[in-house]
Structure formats: C-alpha cells, structure tokens
Ligand binder design. Structure first.
Ligand code: PLP
Length: 442
C-alpha cells in the first residue's frame, strides 16, 4: 500500500480515535503505527514493515497472531452461536471452559464467574469477598489490602487497590482508601539478604497489618510472582506461602490477580502453583483467550460460592455484564487450552526460556544495566544512568529495528508469545541490545 494511504490511516485515527493510556499530544512526535495484519509473532503495517510483537500486544497473545487453530475454532463457533445471555441460559463453551479451569486448579477453585476485561474481574473479586463476609455475618470486613507498586486495572474499584501514582493520583478523590503493605520485590534485598529474606520481611509487614486490622479487612490482593505494570518486580514464591498462612490465621481472603501472570507466563499454568497454594479468588484474563477476545474469569472456592447460595435473592451475587461468558471468547479459550495440552507448551517453554536467557547474556552483563531478571516467559532489566525520555526513545528506535517493546520507565522487559523460533529468539535478543545501546543516552 502507498505511503500516502498509510499516512491517511494515521491522520484519520488521530482525529477520531482516543487511544488508551496515551497523552494524545505525544503523537505529535511519537509515530502511531497502523496495523494491517498479523502473522505469528509479527505485526505488519500497510507498507509491509513488520514488528516483532515482543510484549504480546499488552501481554495477551500466547500463540501468535492469526493462529490457524484458534481461527478454525472460532469459525466453527460462529456458525453455531455468537452470543446468548448467561442469566437463565447456558452453553457448551462456557460449561466446558469452567470444567477445564476447575480441573486445572485440581478442583480447589470450582466455580467460574465471567466478565470481559481484567479490571472487571478484579471488581468482581473485591465485591464477592466483601459480600461473602457480609453473608457470613461479618459485615465489618470492608477494607482491602494491596501491595506497594501493585496494578490491578483502571476502573474505580481496581484503581483503589492499585499503587501506581501515574494512573491513580488524578482520581484520588474518587477512590476508597486502601491499606498498602510492603512489596516483596527482590530488588530491595539488603547486602547479604536473599529474595526469600525480602519475602519474609514483606510477609511480616502483612502480619503487622492483619494484627492491627484483621477484623476490618476483607481481602488482600496480590499479583503473584511478578508485579508487572510497576516494572516487572519479581519475588520469591515463599511470600505467597507465608501470606496464605497469614490469611488463614487472621480470617482474610486471598485474591490472586493472575491476569498478567496466569496461563503459563511464569512457567507454571498458574503462578501460585510455584508456591504450592491456592487463593480464595483467582482472577484470569489476557492470555486465556489466546489474545483474541475480551474475556475474564474469577475462580473461587466452594465455601465462597456456598456463602451466596440461599433462597434470599439479595444474598446472591447479582453482578452482571452483557457479554458475560460470551461463547466466542470461551471457544477461543478452549482452543488455547487445547494448544497447551497438545503441544506440551509448559515443557517447550522451559527450553525457549533458557535459550532467550542465554541470548540476552550481553544485556545481563552490560555495564549500563542492573537487576537482570527472568521468570518463565518474562525477562526484564533496568537501565542505569539512562537519559530522560529513555522509554519513548527506546520504543521509537525499536520500531525502526522491527521490534515492538515498550519499556516501563527505565525497565526494559520482554514478554513474547510462546511460539518464538530459535531464529526469532536470536533476532529479538540482538535487536534489544542494539536498540538499548542506541537509546541509552539521549
Ligand atoms: C495484574 C493486572 N491486573 C489487572 C489488569 C487490568 O486488565 P484490563 O486491562 O484487561 O482491564 C492488568 C492489565 O495490565 C494487569 O496486569
């Protein structure tokens, strides 16, 4: 397609589309890229330029763009049923998906409640926790605890348990007060301390909070193993185990937000498996539909479900969204789970993860980086002494080198789809290094 036509799409988009998480004026200097189509790990613009989607389009895509297997499943579903309301009705895709997810939790979390976006799942978990306590005669439990640097989404309830000033501060007056505890981010280790030591310190902070306020606290919400949006802050699984014990001891629900880290991202299907624990609520979204359609799910324990099961309507969970349990989204999720099983994805990712870690060695030992870290299919490092504007400079130069990466502040991270070939792994690592060296200084 002509350059002119490409420019025309950009101009029309900037005139009519209000883009997310964007100060629109920045597009006076930062290019907007019109995507024509996607194949595998690549996104293409109208002129045939391509970009390796190394952040899986905001962490949603697992098996590549235009995946033939997910496409086929969706075509089949389209001819059967595109959507039906889920109140008073049910359908095969939502039943099968609920059963398969329950099985993946070894039936610890046997009930699936559906919504569309991650933030909606967080809202649901918060409301369910509060309402479950109220139904159990503990209506004073109205507070939520979150971690320093937490991110749980942009709606009013989810933002209240988020601790990223850039997203939260402007809306401060609208938000419910939340209790914030120390993050277990392993980068805070003092001289001689291990990641497990930091986890113990952070758990002690939770214990202090629970001891002071447990009668008032409904739930603590945690992004297990990796706090992604704050800059891929990773912690020891011990933290989750200790917090689970504290929740049991003090009567506080544990909500695990696996929206970003679920679906194999950290090496196990659910991140919490690495700590050998299950939460009371588990939020899933992003990768569960393979990156195809908006779908989010809150899995909960039987005891929670039973707390709502009653002849009294008002003791039920009367939350709904129009597209709850959309059959197409559920079918995409079933096709995604099929790929996990048929291709032994978790096993294959171990080799993929090792290979990319090796390929990134020059960045891990680079004199201008620190805190190189990896868990499963997430890699991150922090730029040392980078000139202001690093993140935007890096993104722009990346696109010139066929790379889609968006650093968070001075943290460069990679979160690619699970289909990278050896050649793509080498290319991704080499280009990340090249872009870093070119953009580190202003
Ligand atoms: C941990 C976590 N929770 C919640 C959300 C919000 O999900 P959504 O953007 O689909 O509302 C995100 C999004 O990045 C996330 O990373």
């Amino acid at each position: 397609m002509e350059v002119n036509q490409q420019n025309d799409w950009v101009a029309r988009s900037l005139k009519s589309v209000w883009h997310p998480c964007t100060q629109m004026q920045h597009h006076e200097t930062v290019p907007l890229i019109p995507v024509s189509h996607g194949r595998g790990v690549w996104l293409y613009d109208h002129q045939g330029n391509r970009y390796l989607d190394a952040i899986s389009s905001w962490w949603v895509n697992l098996f590549g763009h235009a995946n033939p297997r997910i496409n086929a499943a969706l075509r089949e579903q389209l001819d059967m049923l595109e959507h039906a309301m889920l109140a008073g009705f049910t359908h095969e895709p939502v039943i099968q998906l609920s059963e398969r997810l329950a099985a993946l939790t070894q039936h610890n979390l046997g009930h699936a409640f559906y919504a569309s976006d991650g933030a909606s799942a967080v809202e649901i978990a918060l409301k369910m926790s509060f309402h479950a306590w109220r139904n159990m005669g503990q209506g004073d439990k109205q507070e939520f605890v979150c971690l320093k640097g937490s991110y749980h989404g942009e709606t009013i309830g989810a933002l209240a348990v988020t601790d990223v000033a850039l997203f939260k501060d402007a809306y401060g007056p609208l938000l419910r007060a939340t209790q914030t505890v120390m993050s277990p981010d392993a980068r805070q280790a003092d001289e001689g301390e291990t990641a497990a030591d930091v986890a113990r310190r952070a758990a002690a902070d939770v214990e202090r909070m629970f001891t002071e306020r447990a009668g008032k606290i409904a739930a603590i919400i945690i992004e297990p193993l990796v706090q992604c949006a704050t800059g891929m802050a990773m912690h020891d699984p011990l933290y989750l185990k200790l917090v689970r014990e504290l929740c049991d001891k003090h009567g506080v629900h544990l909500i695990l937000d696996e929206i970003a880290v679920g679906c194999g991202r950290t090496g196990t299907f659910f991140a919490c498996e690495q700590a050998g624990i299950w939460p009371d609520f588990l939020c899933l979204s992003k990768g569960i539909s393979g990156g195809y359609l908006p779908l989010s799910i809150v899995l909960s324990r039987d005891e929670i479900y039973q707390a709502f099961y009653d002849a009294d309507v008002t003791r039920g969970f009367l939350h709904s969204h129009s597209y709850t349990g959309n059959p197409l989204a559920c079918r995409a999720a079933l096709a995604t789970l099929d790929i996990f099983a048929e291709d032994h994805v978790l096993e294959a990712n171990k080799a993929r993860s090792r290979k990319l870690t090796e390929a990134l060695a020059p960045l891990a030992s680079h004199e201008n980086t620190e805190n190189f870290r990896n868990r499963g299919m997430i890699w991150a490092f922090d730029a040392v002494g980078a000139a202001p504007g690093f993140s935007r400079r890096f993104f722009t130069e990346g696109t010139k080198q066929e790379l889609l990466l968006r650093p968070i502040g001075n943290t460069v991270y990679l979160m690619p789809p699970y289909i990278l070939s050896d050649e793509e792994i080498d290319g991704l690592a080499a280009r990340t290094l090249s872009v870093f060296e070119k953009t580190r200084v202003g």
